[in-house]
Design a protein around this ligand. Structure first.
Ligand code: FAQ
Length: 316
């Protein structure tokens, strides 16, 4: 490719971003843009798949058939989200098998939040309320991401996350109308999940190496701290309506900022979790690896079927 051709392509890419148009798989993109998207989309896909485990833990022990059916549907949706996202990564030239290898060998990250245990059924409700609530806050702006296949996948994912958030909140409302022990379970789960939910948004803006470039490319539309603040402001009134206390003595309405002030996040815990030292990190990755190994025969059978089908079509 000549220098003139390359600069024409670069200009076209920059104009696409500038005019808020979508970049599509057929378009030329800078290598760094492709790498950033593969990194973020793969991490997002891995999070959805690993994120099936904490709640999957309760499917066989759900307290009623209704709760079991809802939970099964939710966990199945998460598998679907992972699949749309791996497909979006494939449009950028990534190989799904390779991405899975990078996950199970610890080379690629998934969300810190899924390294915490689900100790009681109230955790299922709190994951819906706080974790899906945080996911929605973070992901609604991604529906306007500059990369078309990712943005379009996010539209459906956000609709489903919305159902997930509501089922969690409804579950908690029901428990709060129950016995004292049930109310305590909800409070205990809230205490354990609140701070990890705030960490989901990523490091503070000053320590976020990727934000500036991702915002310039309109991959990210808001910074980590902006979205974290939005989540806190949205969630405090929900906690009040539910009747639980958020475990932060510094949480207070700031009239001047028209937002809630909140306490210092323990970033050393976040860093530990990212290094693979979260309470359930080893268990989550080992489980994913086991499932992948045990599924080898299914992948082989599907590939053999596809090959036979191709050969039959070629003969006909
Ligand atoms: N956990 O420079 P930044 C869900 C990494 S889906 C682990 O700020 P960036 C649905 C980051 O990758 C939840 N790692 O990075 C569900 C980077 O590492 P690298 C997942 C984290 O990309 C609900 C480094 O730290 N959602 O919950 C985390 O600009 C219920 C520096 O960070 C998405 O993935 C973290 N929390 O911003 C499922 C959404 N935060 O790669 C089941 C899409 C940061 O340079 C049940 N992703 N890191 O080595 C994003 O919006 C962004 O990637 C951020 C991070 C905001 C997560």
């Amino acid at each position: 490719m000549t220098t003139t051709e390359l600069s024409d392509l670069e200009r076209h890419f920059e104009r696409t971003i500038e005019h808020d148009l979508r970049v599509e798989p057929r378009d030329w993109v800078p290598d760094e843009y492709r790498a950033t998207l593969i990194r973020q989309i793969a991490q997002h896909a891995h999070s959805e798949i690993i994120g099936m485990q904490p709640e999957g833990n309760w499917i066989t022990r759900a307290p009623s058939l209704r709760r079991k059916a809802i939970l099964l549907a939710k966990v199945q949706d998460e598998a679907g989200h992972g699949l749309y996202l791996y497909s979006a990564a494939e449009t950028l030239g990534a190989d799904r098998g390779e991405l899975t290898q990078r996950l199970i060998s610890g080379k690629q990250k998934y969300s810190s939040i899924f390294n915490y245990p689900t100790l009681t059924f109230a955790d299922v409700g709190v994951i819906g309320w706080l974790v899906d609530g945080a996911a929605i806050c973070n992901q609604v702006p991604l529906c306007r991401c500059s990369y078309g296949p990712y943005a379009r996948a996010m539209i459906r994912i956000c609709k489903e996350e919305s159902f997930h958030q509501r089922q969690g909140y409804e579950l908690l409302m029901t428990m709060m109308r129950g016995t004292k022990a049930q109310r305590q379970m909800v409070q205990d789960a809230t205490d354990r999940w609140w701070w990890p939910s705030l960490m989901m948004f990523g490091p503070p803006d000053g320590d976020s190496p990727n934000t500036a470039q991702s915002m310039a490319w309109k991959v990210k539309r808001h910074t980590n701290d902006e979205l974290r603040q939005r989540f806190v402001d949205m969630t405090v009134p929900q906690a009040e309506a539910l009747g639980v206390t958020l475990p932060d003595a510094d949480l207070a309405w700031n009239q001047e900022r028209a937002s809630y002030d909140f306490g210092e996040i323990d970033w050393s815990e976040f860093k530990q979790v990212l290094r693979g030292n979260g309470p359930c990190s080893a268990q989550r990755v080992a489980h994913r690896k086991r499932a992948h190994d045990e599924g080898a025969w299914v992948r082989e059978a599907a590939a053999a079927h596809a090959r036979k089908h191709r050969e039959a079509v070629a003969v006909a």
